[in-house]
Design a protein. Sequence first.
Length: 254
Amino acid sequence: MIESFEKTKLAGSIASGALDEVDKIVRPGVSTDEIDKLCYDYINDHKAYSAPLYYRGFPKSCCTSTNHIVCHGIPSSKTLKDGDILNVDVTAIKDGWHGDTSRMFVVGDCSVKAKKLIRITYESMMKAISIIKSNINIGHIGHTIQKNVEAEGFSVVRDFCGHGIGENFHESPNVLHYGSKDLGPKLKAGMIFTVEPMINAGNYETKTLKDGWTAVTKDKSLSAQFEHTVGVTDDGYEIFTLSEKGLNFPPNLE
């Protein structure tokens, strides 16, 4: 367990470091291709590899999902506009181990509703992580997220979930972000997985565009997501993808 945790932490620190760099350039007029290049260069400079690049044919080094894009947005020449909200999802491979994380960014000043959506999404993830410990059902994670989110009038995406991670990008178990706390396997010390709720301002339904990757809200409502890679310890949990600069939540919303 010590080796797997240390290696995941190293990969996770590189992924979160890339997002710290993204924070420096997010502004109106910047393209998502520029964000992708920054992440690619940062990961390579740290002698690591970008897991999304060419994964099942994905063409870029990170996912950039704006506004009503739920996840898996493909970076392009399209530029950010004032008021946009943006999720950047990065996974680094270092010495054969993966660290996976995503954060929300705000371009200029966004709407009051968007600010609330981002805050509730982050809070739901952190509340769910805070209850992680050995011998609880994995369903507790999703139950905690759903309860928090729906109390605020938002909805939890059902079509995507968190996942085990380690020497493979995606492993068992699946980590649902909704459902009963009594469902799923018991958590055990040494398990490593992602918690990555996708929360919609409107209905939870999504659809995937013709590119085969980009998932959007069916009702075109805003969507937000945060993600950490976490490990189960003997007496709780450890987060492997925390920002060394304290930028886990958009600083312009604090």
